[in-house]
Design a protein around this ligand. Structure first.
Ligand SMILES: Cc1cc2ncn([C@H]3O[C@H](COP(=O)(O)O)[C@@H](O)[C@H]3O)c2cc1C
Ligand SMILES: O=C(O)c1cccnc1
Length: 570
């Protein structure tokens, strides 16, 4: 989670910011204050230091972005942007030179904050609420810090204002910024902040999602799940009853009502909490079968697209930003090294590419276990760090072929009805792909009721990790939106591993891939939207996410007949 904590002088903003990281392990404190200014300043810095105690590792730096990049997995507190902007303006000799800018450094800091894996808390002064400063230097500072705060707010999920020691959560701007409220920088208006974090937030943020290896207790096999409880039937009843009290004819909000009831039941709370921290995990892997031309694109695109997702440029990133979701991408079994991949991306890598499913050796049983454990650990880490809805996405050239094999096998359909056009294959490729699916199904059939062996034979680490992720999400009582054909294949396997898990899932969309419909009907899921999409990555689920968030808002925010003084239908 990324926090921007604003406040005036002595408002209590630093103490609050520190309390946010009180529960995390050895957070780093990036002190941007100028050293040796004068005695009074020194005393003030010392007071901060005493309060922080030993918990924080203090680093004095004028380049917080560089420090963050050195260790993206450690929680970090930056205190504060006021002194940082001052030192930038000093260095650029910009105080009385309107042409000199600090834009590059601000861009760099925003991208470091956006890329940071662990929690980030940024402290900044809120100035300029009084009369305009009488000096050019005062005006310059107020202008700069105002626009820096705007920029940093855009990459933080939570923005708070501290006044007299009291903490105010600032709601995110609505999706379309009005002309007045829009920051004057064109870049900002292109990417308005999308999350709507208006629910109260805990004093201390939970430990960050540092993705560092599988974490199942000793002696627990990754494919073994305890019984899965359904979302609370009693709370579902309470939520249905509440829907009837809201100022609308009963049932008039259709599926929105069902979705609100479902989230309420998942959260065991009516009205539910607002959805504030949805997270997407994209599982990437190459597939041996892709070497023989079952896709319209070459296998090297997988690694390139993983890099694109990590850099924030893929469709999944764009839709996630709009829906207020964080995206994490994991190289489970990409064949080549992903250019510039960080430690979090490769933390769970099982192998370089999967074997050829036509001869039944996508991976070994040990690798299948390791992949399932990885997916479970990733779900755990996201839930532990506060995620309140999970989405899995896929990336892997050729992966609609193993997906069709898994769905054809489990849902018991013929190869010709589960084969799809994937990335847009031509007829000759379609024939090859159908033959590959037939061979894979012939091999996989014997493991139809043995999910671990089936994943090892005709799946791959990416699909196995998704299955572990979905089943673990259910175990952790966290709602899930399923995406397209690839993720739905993993969901079918997850339901075999952990029967009942599907009660914690909804289908985000209907893909144009034919196998998707079979998977959804086997799982008893109806898609929320049908947008003729066929991309994967998590995009279909993300398209439905704002609808689910709206459904929750309805249960929280709508007036009741009694409150609004509206006569009900008797
Ligand atoms: C540029 C690009 C971006 C993608 N994003 C998702 N996919 C999707 O298409 C691929 C599966 O289709 P097939 O089985 O036909 O290869 C996967 O990478 C999947 O994630 C993409 C594919 C491409 C080419
Ligand atoms: O439905 C999907 O998830 C899908 C469809 C085509 C290509 N890749 C993914």
């Amino acid at each position: 989670m990324r926090y921007l904590v604003l406040g005036g002088t002595r408002s209590g903003k630093s103490a609050h910011a520190e309390s946010l990281l009180a529960a995390t392990d050895r957070p780093r404190y990036l002190a941007t204050g100028a050293v040796d200014v004068d005695e009074a300043w020194g005393a003030r810095v010392d007071a901060h230091r005493v309060r922080r105690g030993e918990h924080f590792l203090t680093i004095e730096t004028q380049d917080p972005a560089a420090e963050m990049r050195l260790d993206p997995e450690s929680p970090v507190l930056i205190d504060d942007l006021g002194s940082w902007v001052t030192s930038l303006l000093d260095a650029a000799k910009a105080w009385d030179d309107p042409a000199a800018t600090i834009t590059d450094a601000v861009d760099d800091l925003c991208s470091a904050i956006a890329d940071h894996v662990a929690d980030v808390v940024v402290v900044s002064p809120e100035v300029g609420m009084s009369v305009v400063a009488p000096t050019p230097v005062g005006r310059r500072f107020a202008d700069e810090i105002g626009s820096v705060n705007n920029r940093v707010a855009q990459v933080c999920e939570i923005v708070q204002l501290v006044v007299a020691g009291r903490v105010l959560d600032l709601p995110a701007p609505s999706a379309t910024l009005s002309a007045e409220s829009a920051p004057d920088d064109a870049e900002q208006t292109r990417t308005p902040l999308v999350p709507v974090p208006v629910a109260p937030f805990p004093e201390a943020i939970s430990p960050s999602a540092s993705f560092v290896g599988a974490a199942l207790p000793d002696g627990v096999d990754a494919e073994v799940f305890p019984a899965i409880d359904p979302p609370s039937p009693d709370v579902a009843d309470a939520a249905r009853a509440r829907q009837l009290t809201l100022t609308k004819p009963p049932g008039a909000l259709g599926l929105l009502e069902d979705l609100g009831v479902w989230i309420s039941a998942c959260q065991d709370q009516c009205p539910p909490h607002r959805i504030t921290a949805p997270a997407v995990a994209v599982f990437a892997g190459d597939h041996g079968v892709a070497q023989d031309g079952v896709s319209a694109f070459p296998p090297e695109v997988t690694a390139q697209m993983v890099a694109n997702i990590a850099a924030g440029g893929a469709a999944v990133n764009v839709l996630a930003r709009r829906a207020g979701a964080r995206v994490h991408v994991f190289d489970m079994s990409v064949k080549a090294d992903v250019p510039g991949a960080d430690a979090a991306t490769t933390a769970y890598k099982v192998r370089n590419g999967s074997g050829d499913l036509r001869t039944g050796d996508a991976m070994t049983i040990a690798e299948a276990r390791k992949s399932l454990a990885a997916g479970r650990a990733i779900a755990d880490r996201l839930v532990d760090s506060g995620a309140d809805l999970l989405i899995a996405g896929d990336m892997g050239i050729g992966n609609t072929t193993p997906a069709a094999v898994l769905i054809g096998t489990i849902a018991d359909r013929e190869p010709v009805v589960v084969v799809g056009r994937g990335t847009g294959i031509d007829d000759a490729t379609w024939i090859r792909k159908t033959a590959a699916i037939r061979d894979g199904m012939r091999y996989g059939r014997r493991f139809r009721n043995e999910p671990l062996a089936l994943l090892a034979a005709v799946g791959g680490p990416d699909l196995a990790a998704m299955a572990g992720f979905y089943a673990q999400a259910a175990l952790r009582r966290t709602p899930v939106l399923i995406d397209g054909v690839v993720t739905s294949a993993a969901a079918l396997v997850a339901e075999q591993l952990a029967p009942g898990a599907s009660a914690w899932w909804r289908a985000g969309h209907r893909s144009t891939e034919p196998a998707h419909a079979f998977a959804l009907s086997s799982l008893g899921l109806d898609p929320i939207v049908d947008m003729s999409m066929r991309l994967g990555e998590g995009t279909g689920a993300l398209t439905a996410l704002p609808i689910v968030s709206s459904a929750v808002d309805v249960l929280i925010d709508m007036a009741t007949f009694a409150d609004a003084g509206v006569s009900d239908g008797g």
